[in-house]
Design a protein around this ligand. Structure first.
Ligand code: PRX
Length: 656
């Protein structure tokens, strides 16, 4: 976050209570009601979650124990049996929702499709049967590398249906990144498409799969299922690659949902951390189903008449929890959008709101800032009066962007829910409830009922109001990640050991700094580790550094986030070269392309600065704080006395 953003957040005083009309119709309609729920959950967490699990989900078999907590390992609804795809589909078929729109898909270029619950169920059953035919069994893992088309959601739900786990790999990741994830997850099948539409271009997905799998690069993968989307000419490897529509034609529409253990693996989603290798965040069935269901229901005050639209990609946790599983478990209508605003169609989001009468709109601050730049004449020229709730996620929202969102998009009448959470948490942790909470621009406000959050110092002591500290969670919650796939030790080390209270209490800490104001509002300030947030996408600086040093010309690389007005942060790399090379513009471009090849376009450095040495401490640690200052064009702040060679800093100040 830039200094200006931090300062404007620190000064923020305005509050926006829900209007009496909004509160009157909301399912949780006052702070008293919120407090009652919160206190009830705090007093008896097991009772609170058990009651909701019983009320909100269908179980084939009830659990014996609500929570088995052996810090840091939790099991929820022990021995309970359920199926997430059953809860998202089958149970709605016996109600009037059978013919309600489950997914509305607005694709490119001009394509669209609506799937009712009955239709979605049918396609999920067919794909599940195709999986079985391709030898995928309960416990196997399916890699999903897809554009934003309904088949992406169908592929996920089909996994859940037969008890195969999925790992969705964002379609913007490169062949190298795809391969690393498929290998780590030991995927048996890959579901992909011949391509996808991204802005005005076609993204070639299948060639990346071919590259990842070439020379038996991922030995566990036996088959690839390919959805026809763009009609691109692609290679189909005989015996390995199959067209989805060919196999669908012969697949039965009958596929009973497999009763799954509450703690059976549901999915792995890779996310960046502070080391080079992305970690596989593990989520299991029962707790995830319950928590995404209830957070979606209460935070968006879901009604059967809502048309709910989350603009995320299914390749990220937001797409998993709040395009697919949370909304469908509630029987809501979830809109999926393949497009994105771009110069040739800058008003497309507002066209979609108008076309479908969207009532709930959920996006990221980076998108809001880009929309502000495009001008308010675009939303003003459309009818946005159907909107009733707005949401934001992914990074701290600066108060100016919040105010614009509220005024221009929400017409001053829509509550804004600023939801703080993470891949690891599965669902919302801090969030307003729109009929209850008076919001403050830039604050994610209060913990969801059942979430015990605090702001502490490194010893776990709560810090005073308005003092910055580490945001921690003090009690397990149903959708918490269970472990890092295949690496319990890394799980323990990454999340549970940074904050070490004297009394031995286990506190979950996933890297954010925050403060709480005198009214008890939480203000998340951003990451305090070596993770940067580029357009709401999480990137480990080490991951980008590893990509850079894998280029033969590079001796050492240090990557930092540089504040950016629209993206929040962008990637700034300092590079020292092998030998005596000075670094040319052409080499900088080559290195940027190399990072895109190793990770994907989201990691592309916006600037590379060559230097003959890095500022280091006497013990050899790169002083990133100095690099962050330099990247931001600021004076180097704070103590530099530990710097080994001060001349390095002078040279860096002067540029390359
Ligand atoms: O730094 C926080 C930021 O995004 C991180 C989690 O990233 P990821 O796992 O990719 O999930 C993004 C979508 C949930 C957090 O550690 N973050 C997310 N939401 C907010 C936020 N920062 C401030 N306010 C938010 N609402």
């Amino acid at each position: 976050m830039s200094q200006a953003t931090i300062e404007s957040i620190l000064k923020e005083q305005r509050t926006f209570p829900p209007s009496p009309e909004f509160a009157a119709q909301a399912s949780i309609s006052s702070m008293d009601e919120y407090r009652q729920l919160y206190e009830k959950a705090q007093a008896d967490p097991a009772g609170f979650w058990a009651e909701l699990a019983e009320q909100e989900l269908h179980w084939f078999q009830k659990w014996d124990q609500v929570l088995d907590w052996q810090p840091p390992f939790a099991k929820w609804f022990v021995n309970g049996k359920l199926n997430l795809s059953y809860n998202c589909l089958d149970r709605h078929l016996t109600t009037w929702r059978k013919n309600k729109a489950a997914l509305i898909w607005e694709g490119e270029p001009g394509d669209s499709r609506t799937l009712t619950y009955a239709q979605l169920h049918r396609e999920v059953c067919q794909m599940a049967n195709v999986y079985k035919q391709l030898g995928v069994k309960k416990g196997d893992l399916v890699g999903i590398y897809m554009p934003m088309i309904p088949e992406a959601a169908i592929a996920m739900l089909a996994c859940a249906r037969i008890g195969a786990a999925h790992s969705v790999i964002f379609g913007g990741f490169s062949a190298e990144a795809l391969k690393a994830r498929l290998l780590d997850a030991n995927a048996k099948l890959v579901v992909t498409a011949d391509g996808g539409f991204r802005k005005d271009k076609i993204v070639p997905l299948k060639p990346a799969v071919d590259e990842a799998l070439q020379d038996d690069g991922v030995p566990s993968v036996d088959n690839v299922l390919v959805v026809r989307r763009t009609e691109q000419k692609i290679h189909m490897e005989p015996g390995r690659d199959h067209w989805w529509h060919d196999l669908q034609a012969g697949a039965s529409k009958d596929c009973p949902a497999e009763p799954m253990d509450s703690e059976d693996l549901l999915f792995i989603l890779y996310t960046s951390g502070t080391t080079g290798k992305p970690k596989g965040v593990v989520h299991t069935t029962g707790g995830y189903n319950l928590y995404t269901h209830i957070t979606c229901k209460w935070t968006f005050d879901l009604k059967d008449t809502d048309v709910y639209w989350c603009t995320a990609d299914v390749g990220w946790i937001t797409g998993h929890s709040y395009i697919v599983y949370g909304p469908l478990s509630n029987g809501a209508t979830s809109l999926m959008f393949e497009g994105a605003p771009r110069p040739s169609n800058p008003g497309c989001l507002w066209d979609v709101v108008e076309k479908y009468g969207v009532t709930i709109f959920y996006t990221a601050p980076t998108a809001i800032r880009a929309l502000i730049k495009m001008g308010e004449h675009l939303p003003n020229a459309r009818d946005l009066s159907s909107l009733r709730i707005l949401g934001t996620v992914g990074e701290p929202i600066n108060p100016e962007a919040w105010m614009w969102y509220h005024r221009v998009i929400g017409g001053g009448r829509c509550p804004i829910v600023d939801t703080w959470w993470q891949t690891e948490t599965g669902g919302f942790m801090l969030t307003p409830l729109p009929g209850a909470t008076a919001t403050k621009p830039g604050s994610a406000t209060f913990p969801f009922p059942g979430i015990i959050a605090d702001i502490v110092d490194l010893e776990g002591n709560p810090v005073a109001d308005n003092q910055g500290g580490y945001l921690v969670i003090k009690h397990p919650w149903p959708s918490m990640m269970r472990t890092v796939y295949g690496d319990d030790e890394r799980f323990r080390r990454t999340y549970w050991e940074h904050i070490a209270p004297q009394d031995g209490q286990s506190l979950y800490f996933a890297g954010d700094g925050a403060r709480r104001d005198e009214d008890g509002y939480f203000w998340v300030m951003g990451r305090v580790d070596d993770v940067i947030n580029v357009s709401g996408h999480r990137l480990g600086t080490m991951e980008v550094e590893s990509a850079l040093v894998s280029h033969p010309a590079v001796a050492e690389a240090a990557v930092v986030g540089r504040p950016d007005e629209v993206k929040g942060e962008d990637v700034f790399a300092f590079v020292t070269l092998e030998g005596s090379g000075d670094g040319s513009e052409a080499l900088a471009e080559e290195l940027k392309a190399h990072v895109v090849k190793e990770i994907g376009a989201i990691a592309r450095p916006s600037e590379i600065r060559f230097t003959d040495a890095m500022p280091k401490t006497r013990s050899g640690k790169i002083m990133r704080r100095l690099l962050r200052n330099l990247a931001a064009g600021q004076e180097v702040a704070g103590d530099t006395s530990t710097l080994e060679d001060r001349s390095v800093l002078d040279k860096l100040r002067g540029g390359a």
